[in-house]
Design a protein around this ligand. Sequence first.
Ligand code: BDP
Length: 716
Amino acid sequence: MRKLFRLWSILLIGFNCLLIGNDGYRLWLKYDQIDDPAVLKTYRKLIKGYSFSGNSATIAAAEQELRTGLKGLLSREISPVSKLRNGVILLGTWDSDSRLAELRLAEDSAWLGDEGYIIRSVMLDRKRVIVIAAEHDIGVLYGVFHFLRLLQTRQNIDQLDIAESPKIQLRLLNHWDNLDRTVERGYAGFSLWDWHKLPDYIHPYYIDYARANASIGINGTVLNNVNADPLVITPLYLEKVAALADVFRPYGVRVYLSVKFSAPEEIGGLPNADPLDKQVRRWWRDKVAEIYRYVPDFGGFLVKANSEGQPGPQGYGRSHADGANMLAEALAPYGGVVMWRAFVYDADNKEDRSKQAYNEFTPLDGKFHANVLVQVKNGPIDFQPREPFHPLFGAMPETPLMMEFQITQEYLGFSTHLVYLGTLFKEVLNADTYAKGEGSTVAKVIDGLLDQHRLSGIAGVANTGTDRNWTGHLFGQANWYVFGRLAWNHQLIAEVMAEEWIRMTISNNPEEVSIIEEIMLASRENTVNYMTPLGLHHIMGWDHHYGPAPWIKDKHRDDWTSVYYHRADRDGIGFDRTATGSNAVSQYHPPVAEIFASLEKCPEKYLLWFHHLDWDYQMRSGRTLWDELCFRYYQGVEGVREMQANWNSLEGQIDEEQFRHVQSMLRIQLKEAIWWRNACVLYFQTFAQRPIPAELEKPDRSLEYYQNLKFPYAPK
Ligand code: BDP
């Protein structure tokens, strides 16, 4: 009997785990039963039923979500009711229900726009109800996710008075996914899009992907790599693209595609792709018309042109504006947009790489059509662990500039390092460009407020893949999450977003939350320290970008080597970007330019980005530059040790599966942090010719050892 019972309970537990496993698949939408009896009781008292009006697929999705969420969290079935009574949640668009229409009269809801919503506790017919209302169905869905988040994070829902609308219009993921399902710079398995089985087989995770995005307000997705395969816009693939668009549509996620500029030649059989050629223009017009037959609400094109070997208008003596405008003209009748990337630099151009995009694009300000956005990476080089903000922000007032962040951690430890990017995103968004005096933050440039643009956008290069937990590292999910939340409202605070995510994903226990939050908030600075402290940049492994390789030199392109960027020699280290050097500082507005140029004022975190300094240069700490560099590298490793100790203190308290997963990842992170530190310190020491400060542990391997490491199959 006993044996039978044991077998039975093992089976039951196994079954339970399958149902509500903590393998990460459910992301931040876990909806596990609230474990605090008092909170559970209060919520149950306040939520007794719901009433939806409207009958679109979006409303159906909202109802499904609310039902699933409440069933899980409250551990009881909450049913639709027809009559108002205390504790009913009333949901719909203002026009869909006369009771809501009445409420609207009392509202100034116009500013909520297409996607906004309100969540409010009100008395209706002398009944206490919660209203979730919006102008459009998608607002209702967003409202439902917000409401569930309140419960997931255990907020007081007694007197709700919430009104939300996004600050940025286009909030997109950019997938660098190839048609063969590999993902460029993807570290979480293969591409989510199973092109081979599409359009007939719809994988269930497409829906969960859309749900996840909708829950954080992401409203668009570029399905394919910026290094685009032109086949994606042929009928064979458009049919598949249409199937994905159909799945995503109810969740408010529009589909966009990256296109290759030479497509008219490669798949259209034309002799060239000159944007001023009539035949080429007609080809794009026809192509766009065809795309809209498959996907009537298609969002538009993302284009990487004349960059890293990609073809572009300059190949025909035309400008980026000529290229973008040609596509914009074809898309305009359907309301589509062009997102033209400013990530351009040329191996033959001897100008400092960090200056090239600005030089190329500022003369084109005002020359782009109204439905073109120029998409600019957060910094002037390339998604490094830390960069100053891109000088194009604030330098093209006539053009809507879109932000491009990288969520996938190409330069921040792939998917094995825990690096919370909320703090990185905020550092950039809060940076002041001074374009129109103090307060002209990057956030205000991209949300369109500073220069009164109708169009605004932000993109994040996705970190998703077929790994069961979507992002490889559990904490990679937090970066997807915080990207979406900040895209909706860039004023949100990185700390608060970390806490929200922890509460929804790992634990609501205040002590556990604070330990995990501490880990997250320290993580990015630690990574900067063990990889590229004091403004160093671009010293990673050749091509795959895995691990440290500050010794990379003598390649076919200087601007892909490491020595180009750190410029270490017997006298010192750093890239002089002041007037005595490349003068990249001049691309910033005053007073930013002067601050970066001045040794006294330049924040030390950007020091070697802008200055070349003697090894004995006196740092603010009183140490020499060499000693400080060593200390930072060592501090980075110590930081990871602290993260590890903090995490280990959670053993037995949080979910075992989550605990073990992150514990293993932190082991890898520590090993690699030490590798970075040792390799960099030993290498720079060959120039500095000074000892590593005595109190620091000595590297246990030689520089040669690190230089000889090879990783032929590192992901890239
Ligand atoms: C670089 C990546 C490369 C991308 C490129 C881009 O290494 O794979 O294609 O950015 O953004 O950082 O176009």
